[in-house]
Design a protein around this ligand. Structure first.
Ligand code: PEP
Ligand code: MG
Length: 753
């Protein structure tokens, strides 16, 4: 195929002039197909176009039987053409008829062709057709040929997506799905309730011109746009919301680094060199990135590619003349709706009116989630087909507590949610006003109420909630958003900032809980059957002790002259804890060797997340200064029930008599050994659970900042002795859960649950 590879520009021009020539759309398509067949030295070239009902219709062919045109139809997923459409990826086969998905259509006469190369024709990332070449000889097409056909498909998309061949409306999403009120289910990523009108991230990009008139000029347009985009990102990092450092800032800095990525730029320059316009070149490279993404399972890498997607969109807009400097103007409470949003995009919106974000994709570790959390914006993700259910201007209500998004709800629902938002704001104001009150039950029992944190952005909550300290600081976020292992001085900086912000209040740092479902970019990852029970947390740290050593070193540096509380996650046996302590001891000795100041006091604890520890409690408690019960993990292992599987979310209740008896036993053992015990799982932040836990004897809870006010108000309304007597009796029951009995008790005794 010498022509296509060595003279791509000539071919593109030729196609362009044929596409823009005389005759109807069908005639021009037929001519284009002939040109492609000639250039690719292919015996067959065919174009299949998507029609309503997920069907692909043969629209034009050179080489297959004429009578098959407009007759041969395949469903998406059916046959090889359907497979290309289903996956949205090229398919390159030397022996097509032997492929299990080959669907023989006698009217086409294609059984004599052995090699097959099909590529998708795309519009806004959706497949609108499939371009195929076939040859009699069995051979695999070269990577250059595959690329060339993809570029041709992109140019061909201009004609296909013009609406002259298939009416674009025919392919728009099921219109009946719109207009009616709907409830969509998703996954809560940043909690909260909010209501507002739907706004879409940015108008979808339309590339109307793909072939360059002058390669020199297109090169210049690309270079200018890259320079402009970099400037924009530098300015974004100056934004007041990001003035204080933190993980969200790191996310943006990493993202900015991509804007300087040489590989990405070289590919775009190369694409311009092949005769595409600057915007088509960016899109072409992005299509390749998307195809690569489809094959990547690693969530971290997938997010990096999403960052590129965001940058590419930004770049195309700049090329097309949008300066990008204007912020997205919002004039009323709004909910951002998108398939996915890049980390910087949120910063383009007016914070005052941006009330929530809902995403078709999204995950708890996605960069947008981290930024939104830092900005206090609720996020709901993983809503299948979101974009086909919502239109700009629709009323949307987001309720993460129930994992629901209401689209076009009736007036009553909107009103009640708007009221709920107001009540919530009022309640938070009241909690803030109550922050100085002691956490004490009606009968005088004091409880230490601490909060969980993981971002520097969480720290102001210490003051606003009145929490008595940080019972769990999850250190992994800094590692998850950083492309390389953060250096000791970088880690020290974060830990110092946390201790500075906490002042006199204690902070318990948990060492890295990475691996499993919390991937970090600098550690090799192999797929695991059960990541939650796999190579994670302390198991990684003990196998890569340098990781733990450096982190402990950073913690010791940061806590010089102050108190350091450190604990280790996922300990399953005392021997593991001893190894951790030995590493810590060496680091303390190192401080002395280098004449560095020691912390004024060091307290060492461990997480109780693995049930096996229950049978080593006595020796464990001799080794620790404190224990922290992590019910999120503990309960998934206790019930053998995956905590992240939504199907199992309601299967077992943490208020089951068995679970409460188990916790009671652990708490009692800690009291007996005089070892302070905290509970830092999400369970502690829920009202009914919190009252049960304190009734079981717990005197310290560490909960998310948003739960501090609720739990405090609840505990201040309980007579603990009465409740304890009631619970002890019910904990023996063979019931599924004691929840209902506890709720009843709370109602009867005016407890504020
Ligand atoms: C827990 O398992 O309860 C816990 C607090 O740890 P994480 O949620 O970070 O796994
Ligand atoms: Mg855990």
């Amino acid at each position: 195929m010498p022509d296509t590879v060595s003279q791509p520009r000539l071919l593109l021009r030729r196609l362009h002039s044929v596409m823009g020539g005389d005759g109807g759309a069908q005639e021009r398509l037929d001519r284009v197909v002939r040109v492609i067949a000639q250039n690719m030295v292919a015996e067959v070239c065919s174009v299949y176009l998507a029609r309503a009902g997920e069907v692909l219709e043969l629209f034009s062919t050179e080489g297959l039987k004429e009578e098959a045109v407009h007759r041969t139809r395949l469903h998406v997923g059916e046959g090889l053409v359907g497979l290309v459409a289903e996956r949205g990826l090229p398919l390159n086969l030397s022996e097509a008829p032997k492929h299990p998905r080959f669907a023989y259509r006698p009217e086409t006469g294609e059984d004599m062709y052995h090699s097959f190369l099909g590529v998708p024709i795309l519009r806004h990332g959706k497949v609108t057709g499939v371009l195929v070449v076939q040859n009699v000889a069995a051979r695999l097409y070269s990577p250059e040929e595959v690329e060339a056909l993809q570029t041709i498909a992109m140019v061909l998309a201009e004609l296909v997506n013009s609406g002259d061949l298939v009416n674009i409306d025919e392919l728009s999403e099921d219109a009946t799905a719109l207009g009616q009120s709907q409830t969509l289910n998703g996954l809560s990523l940043v909690s909260g309730i909010a209501a507002g009108v739907a706004v879409f991230s940015k108008p979808q990009i339309r590339i109307t011109k793909t072939i360059a008139d002058s390669v020199r000029e297109e090169r210049q347009r690309l270079e200018d746009a890259i320079a402009h985009m970099r400037l924009q990102l530098e300015e974004m990092l100056e934004h007041p919301d990001l003035a204080h450092g933190g993980e969200h800032r790191e996310v943006l800095e990493t993202y900015r680094l991509f804007a300087y990525d040489r590989g990405w730029q070289d590919k775009m320059r190369e694409a311009v060199g092949s005769g595409l316009t600057a915007e088509a070149a960016v899109e072409r490279v992005q299509q390749e990135n998307r195809a690569r993404m489809a094959k990547i399972r690693d969530p971290y890498l997938r997010e990096r590619i999403l960052d590129f997607e965001d940058l590419a969109g930004r770049l195309i807009r700049i090329i097309q003349g949008e300066t990008g400097d204007e912020r997205q103007q919002l004039t009323e409470d709004s909910v951002l709706v998108a398939r996915t949003v890049g980390p910087a995009e949120l910063m383009d919106f007016d914070r005052q009116f941006l009330k929530a974000v809902i995403l078709e994709e999204g995950s708890s570790t996605a960069h947008v989630t981290i930024i939104a959390r830092a900005m206090g914006i609720p996020v709901m993700g993983q809503i299948p087909d979101l974009l086909s259910h919502v239109e700009p201007g629709d009323e949307v209500v987001v309720d993460t507590a129930h994992d629901h998004v209401y689209v076009r709800p009736n007036e009553e629902v909107i009103e009640s949610y708007r009221d709920a938002v107001k009540v919530q704001e009022q309640l938070f104001a009241e909690y803030e006003a109550e922050r100085g009150l002691p956490v004490e039950t009606l009968d005088g029992e004091r409880v230490d109420l601490l909060m969980n944190a993981g971002l520097l952005a969480d720290l102001p909550s210490l003051d606003s909630t009145g929490a008595e300290g940080i019972g769990l600081f999850r250190t992994e976020f800094q590692f998850m958003v950083s492309p390389a292992l953060p250096r000791v001085d970088e880690q020290t900086k974060v830990y110092s900032a946390v201790l500075d912000a906490a002042g006199d209040k204690p902070v318990v740092f948990r060492t890295l809980d990475i691996g499993g479902d919390k991937p970090v970019p600098f550690l090799p990852r192999e797929p695991e059957e059960n990541p939650a029970m796999g190579w994670r947390a302390i198991r990684v740290a003990l196998e890569r002790p340098a990781l733990l050593r450096y982190q402990l070193r950073a913690l010791l540096y940061a806590a010089a002259g102050r108190s350091l509380h450190v604990m280790f996650p996922m300990i399953a046996e005392v021997a593991e804890l001893k190894k951790c302590k030995a590493i810590l001891q060496k680091e303390i000795e190192r401080l002395d060797r280098f004449g560095k100041e020691r912390p004024k006091e060091i307290q060492v604890g461990c997480m109780f997340e693995v049930p096996s520890l229950a049978w080593q409690l006595d020796s464990l408690l001799e080794e620790v200064d404190f224990l922290s019960i992590g019910t999120n993990d503990l309960m998934q292992f206790f019930f053998a029930c995956d905590r992240s599987n939504p199907k199992l979310a309601d299967r077992y209740d943490m208020l089951a008599p068995s679970a409460l008896s188990f916790l009671r036993m652990v708490i009692a053992a800690c009291h007996k050994a005089d070892v302070p015990v905290t509970l830092c799982g999400e369970m502690g932040g829920r009202a009914v659970e919190a009252m049960a836990l304190v009734a079981l004897g717990l005197k310290r809870l560490s909960v998310s900042p948003s739960s501090v006010g609720t739990v405090k108000r609840l505990l201040r309304s309980v007579d603990m002795n009465q409740l304890r007597a009631f619970l002890v009796e019910h904990i023996q029951s063979p019931e599924h859960s004691v929840r209902d009995s506890l709720i009843m008790f709370a109602r009867d005794h005016a407890i504020k649950i």
